[in-house]
Design a protein around this ligand. Structure first.
Ligand code: PLP
Length: 294
């Protein structure tokens, strides 16, 4: 991954409507320090973010990403982001992407300790090469998320449905998966319901229907899963949001991890037991996900 560009934003109030937000951004050197030492995103992971896949300079699924940024901010009691300002920032950042696959990150943090306002910035980088995971698939292990299926409703302060900057647990789960000889993890509740991967949504095919766990507060609503369901529906397939017991993951006709930069990686094994890989559907779905679309 190589940095291409970065900009700091002066977050606008959600109710202003200037003709342009250009004077609220300024470019910074992505390889040089830009944040204050009191920055709460760095001290506490207190903020939210989005990673947007970019194909040939086109940010994929921009509106669902912006909506999720606003949703995450609301869950975390951060000021409502002005989506017009973020849209304009993404358009300016996209100009620095070049051909091929890139990633634009949007970050909104609570700001500097005792400071007056939130901090926000946007980065542009080339995307990591995910061709092997797309072609060969990934081995996953199921890991207990340490919560039951009622936790999101019972304990909203866990911020389970927000894409917060606190990804230390997610990264620890991937390290644990690697220690167990796998490539990635799938989180499950303590009562055996599939949630999501540490950095991806899970889609399964069960009896011909494409199924994903309902984003009812415990997981993120994946923008790639939304795109995949659009494509599957357009190709005449049935899609459904429902609870998925972990046993269904082990016996699925096929399953995928999907996310904005990796796109669709077929799951090749679950807890050491192989599951079928549908190479044809994976190829066609990724061909769609690699085509610029909204
Ligand atoms: N779930 C988690 C925890 C994630 O971190 C991500 C993406 O990073 C996803 C799901 C997939 O979301 P998207 O498809 O919008 O990238």
């Amino acid at each position: 991954m190589a940095w291409r560009y970065a900009m700091m934003l002066d977050p606008a109030a959600s109710d202003v409507s200037p003709s342009s937000f250009a004077d609220t951004f300024h470019a910074v050197d992505p390889t040089a320090p830009s944040l204050a030492v009191g920055e709460l995103s760095a001290q506490r992971g207190d903020g939210v973010f989005e990673s947007i896949g970019v194909i040939d300079g086109h940010p994929q699924q921009l509106e669902p990403h912006l909506e999720r940024l606003a949703h995450s901010a609301a869950i975390c009691d951060l000021p409502e982001p002005h989506l017009g300002q973020w849209r304009e920032a993404v358009a300016a950042a996209s100009a620095h992407c070049g051909p091929g696959e890139s990633v634009i990150k949007l970050i909104l943090s609570r700001g500097v300790e005792q400071g007056p306002s939130p901090t926000a910035w946007v980065t542009v980088a080339s995307a990591a090469d995910n061709s092997r995971a797309r072609a060969e698939g990934v081995r996953v292990v199921t890991l207990d998320r340490g919560i039951d299926s009622g936790a999101a409703a019972r304990a909203p302060w866990l911020l389970l449905g927000a894409k917060t900057l606190s990804y230390a647990v997610n990264m620890a789960a991937i390290r644990e998966a690697k220690r167990r000889g796998a490539d990635d993890a799938v989180f499950v509740t303590s009562d055996g319901i599939v949630l999501e991967a540490p950095t991806a949504s899970v889609i399964l095919r069960i009896g011909g229907t494409y199924v994903t766990p309902a984003p009812t507060g415990a997981i993120l609503h994946g923008t790639t899963q939304l795109s995949a369901f659009d494509w599957l529906t357009a190709h005449g397939h049935d899609v459904e949001y429902r609870d998925v017991p972990v046993s269904a993951l082990r016996t699925a006709d096929a399953a995928w991890l999907v996310s904005s930069v990796r796109l669709a990686a077929p799951i090749a094994s679950v807890d050491g037991a192989a599951i079928a890989v549908d190479a044809e559907v994976t190829r066609s779905l990724n061909a769609y996900l690699l085509t610029p679309h909204d």
